[in-house]
Ligand binder design. Sequence first.
Ligand code: ACO
Length: 433
Amino acid sequence: MGSCATLIAGDKKIELPIIIGTENEKAIDISKICKELGYITVDPGFANTGSCKSAITFMDGEKGILRYRGIPVEQLAENSTFVETAYLLINGTLPTETELKAFSSLLTEHSLLHEDMQIFYQNFPERSHPMGILSSMVNALNSFYPYLGESREERINITVTRLLSKVRTMAAMSYKISRGHKVEYSRPDLTYCSNFLHMMFTTPVRPYVENPDFVKALNVFWILHADHEQNCSTSTVRLVGSAKVNLYSAISAGICALWGPLHGGANQAVIEMLETINKNGGDVTPFVKRAKDKDDPFRLMGFGHRVYKTYDPRAKIIKSVCDRLLTATKKHDPLLDIAKKLEDVALSDPYFIDYNLYPNVDFYSGLVLRSLGIPTNMFPVMFAIGRLPGWIAQWKEGQEDPERALIRPCQIYLGPKQRRYVPIEEMDRQVAS
Ligand code: ACO
């Protein structure tokens, strides 16, 4: 028998198995304590709770390490493409050339969207957030594409390729419709990222011309967002998926979770914050002061992370992508200057040092998207497209897990003890007296 931890609660004692992960992460298996001891554990925010065993992504928040299926994200950002990384995450190994070609052409084949789905865009109120529209449309895919194949494997493969391909089309279509432009579909001669830029920006008077710097930047942006183990949206996908709902609905729930400004909505919030600083003359000091004031709800967006207590490895990469992109396009973005100033001030401030608050991926990613011409309210959508392979891989792993169960946490009830129902006339009399 392996090593154990001993837990004594009241007059009962239990030996709890210790589980060691590939990278020597240690966990105590508490799965039997409720049944055997009559106690549950309480862990608000689940910061000490491992919700599953996973072979997809490894991250070390102290050392700033992120690996997909064992491969450092730095190597993938340098050498891989988003489609190859998606294949790696979903299938567990890097593809051969033939496998990659087959996967890429499936993605092009499935990129069309049922024309009736355009009605969605026309009927949402004008100011609707693109994330709300996207989650509704992804959920609706199940109605528009009910045929999922004969075997379980075929069903999964079709759903996966449809999602990866059609979500990209939906995002570009939503932009085109918002501008009152004709919708564009993908071209078979272009790669996944290039096709997205084509569907976004080609017009009858200015056809899309591929810019390799833009395509590389978009590949890296999406690779960096492709997975991040059990974060809020991924845990949502796993939880909703545990109820055996279809994959489209599980992903739609993940998109809703990602929308929040504490999660994937932060890239939009960062740009809005930098724009506000810019409008106020570019001085970052009052904003740093506000972020430290506990009576002010303002936080420095793009700073801090639940797991990383050092510089987010993705932030390092995206910062250099941003620098390279602006140099290549010979553009100057005043918001980049403000971001760098903010980073310098914050990183030498005792508050941020003591709380281990470093820039996260969202701090510089919005600046990259801005350079690509993506509108700010679409930033979380860009994050969602990037996170799709991770959500899919994690959903698949959850479905195939021999220990899988309906995810249903417990609680400690702190409400009133049993009391009687009071008829409304009696309530009125009680309040009046
Ligand atoms: N600015 C100022 N103070 C901060 C910040 C920040 N950005 N982040 C955390 N703190 C402070 C909190 O006020 C809190 O202080 P207190 O203990 O005195 O109350 C302390 O640090 C811990 O903060 P929590 O929110 O409890 O820590 P948690 O690990 O849950 O937070 C989070 C992580 C939500 C990302 C947080 O750092 C934050 O709100 N950051 C800004 C939003 C952001 O950039 N989100 C993107 C995350 S990355 C991603 O999803 C891809």
